[in-house]
Design a protein. Structure first.
Lengths: 148, 377
């Protein structure tokens, strides 16, 4: 049962506008109303999450989709900072990246990523994966309550 | 004190003396004041530059020898100790030589009167070891470069490729109705091209990883390898009604993952290139050949023209059009690289229209080898 009258907020931390668009396209057919917020690098992402500057009024996301290869602050650093932050660590982080490297996978889980997904080359597969993420995290899974 | 020498001893002494004289090792006898009372042919030849006067040659006062480490210890020999020094460096004409030096007290009637010193020239071995170390270092660096390159090729190329592939597919999905017949065909070729490029990139990575990610060799039971491949291909085997038979297969010393890859590629080929009207039959066996095992994988498929013997093992070389058979043409190149890495060879015999036998050699298991650890991954 979904008591989500309010829309789902997703923070997509991704520097490639092509990938941003693809992810948004894949989420378009979602049954639930999803707001996708985009941060193009790690610094912007953390400002958004901490409601700094222009992000004062921004909502806390229910889910974070994180690319590892970002300019300025690298995705791995962002992950570490999020999971070290008392206010932010409870937000599920899905690492969604091109890297298949075992080092990256291990490091991400060590830094407490909730899961790790490699972006497929094929559009159909990518769309499927995004839909699966949506269905898993917003239909099956119980998310942490808003205020602790 | 008089020494009684019988004729046997005398003969022995004379024969030993001849042997010593012509020994390829440099040998000298020095008495306690350093005078060289005997030097064999090899010594005279090797150290001729340092010998000013062959008749009166004193090691302690010779400028060339006096700094030698072993000479400092020679006094111990004179008091009865025998020693070996491994490795003395000696520079002759700007080139450095290395010697193992063996010294033993020289006795006469119970008294030590000097020392026998023998020099073993190990320069070639030392130089070879050094070169080997250098080559290993070079190889490790080259390997690292290769792995880096392969990573870049696969990783950095993938992202723009994803953009091309994904957006082409998106256009096809969204705007298909706006495309005429030609447009649809163009889209199809473009998308197909991007998919093939993805496969090529993955194949290049796999190919380079045979050396860069190669594991230590352990004991491998090839029966287990075959069982693993059978289970991996279970559904394909059922669909194509393939029969795989095998004789008892041997235990080898190898990188298990790579041998699985090897068997998989060859068996997959045997199934893929089957005759249209005939259920594939694959026979696998092995015979011992020296300290290797020679494996044979025989099929009843379409066969390969033997004029392509070399071509088929080259990377990305194909013998058929893409509409006839899919694949990038890397399978056999991978097999060859794996077999070569294990010190073996691979070849085939075939008759077009009848079938093919692939033969390859892998090192046999030696009792002293480490045992394989754990399950097949």
């Amino acid at each position: 049962m979904n008591n989500m009258a309010k829309p789902i907020e997703i923070l997509l931390i991704e520097d490639n506008p092509g990938d941003v668009r693809l992810t948004k396209e894949a989420l378009r057919d979602a049954k639930i109303h999803i707001n996708v917020h985009v941060a193009e690098d790690g610094v912007e992402a953390l400002e958004f999450l901490r409601n700094k500057g222009k992000y004062e009024e921004s909502p806390k996301p229910h889910l974070i989709l994180l690319d590892l290869n970002l300019p300025r602050k690298d995705g791995r650093e962002v992950l570490e900072e999020i999971k070290d932050d008392e206010q932010l660590k409870k937000i599920p982080v899905v690492v969604l990246t091109t890297s298949k490297s075992e080092k990256d996978i291990a490091k991400s889980y060590n830094l407490h990523a909730n899961c790790y997904i490699t972006k497929p080359v094929d559009l159909t597969q990518f769309t499927e994966i995004v839909k699966t993420i949506e269905s898993f995290w917003f239909t099956i899974v119980k998310l942490p309550p808003k205020d602790v | 004190m008089e020494c009684k020498i019988d004729s046997f001893s005398l003969n022995l002494a004379q024969n030993m003396s001849i042997a010593l004289k012509h020994l390829p090792l440099s040998a000298i006898m020095i008495e306690s004041k350093g005078n060289v009372v005997y030097s064999n042919i090899a010594f005279k030849k090797t150290f001729s530059k340092f010998i000013d006067d062959e008749e009166h040659f004193n090691l302690f006062s010779s400028g060339h020898f006096s700094h030698f480490f072993w000479l400092k210890n020679i006094k111990d020999v004179f008091s009865g100790e025998r020693y070996e020094i491994l490795f003395e460096e000696l520079k002759i004409d700007d080139k450095t030589f290395f010697y193992n030096i063996f010294a033993s007290p020289m006795v006469d009637g119970g008294n030590i009167i000097g020392a026998i010193v023998i020099f073993e020239d190990v320069t070639k071995r030392v130089d070879a070891e050094f070169e080997l170390k250098q080559n290993i270092k070079k190889l490790k660096n080259a390997n690292k470069d290769l792995e880096e390159f392969a990573y870049i090729a696969s990783h950095d190329l993938q992202e723009p490729l994803r953009m091309i592939a994904s957006y082409l597919q998106l256009i096809e999905k969204r705007y298909n109705s706006l495309l005429d017949k030609d447009g649809k065909e163009f889209m199809h070729y473009a998308i197909d091209g991007s998919k093939r490029m993805k496969q090529l990139i993955n194949d290049i990575l796999a190919f380079s990883r045979i050396t860069t990610r190669g594991c230590t060799f352990y004991t491998v039971d090839t029966n287990e390898v075959l069982a693993h491949v059978r289970s991996t291909f279970l559904s394909t085997i059922k669909e194509t009604n393939t029969l795989i038979t095998n004789k008892e297969l041997p235990i080898i010393t190898a990188d298990k993952t790579q041998i699985i890859q090897l068997f998989q590629n060859l068996i997959a080929n045997a199934i893929k290139f089957r005759k249209k009207a005939l259920d594939p039959v694959i026979q696998i066996s092995a015979v011992q050949s020296g300290d290797m095992y020679e494996f044979s994988i025989e099929d009843n498929g379409i066969g390969i023209d033997e004029k392509y013997s070399d071509k088929v093992f080259k990377i990305f070389q194909r013998l058929h059009t893409r509409s006839e058979y899919e694949g990038t043409g890397i399978g056999l190149a991978l097999c060859k690289r794996i077999v070569k890495r294990h010190g073996g060879d691979i070849s085939f015999k075939s008759k077009v229209g009848e079938g093919t036998i692939f033969t390859f050699t892998l090192p046999a298991h030696k009792e002293s080898e480490k045992r394989s650890r754990g399950e097949i991954r």
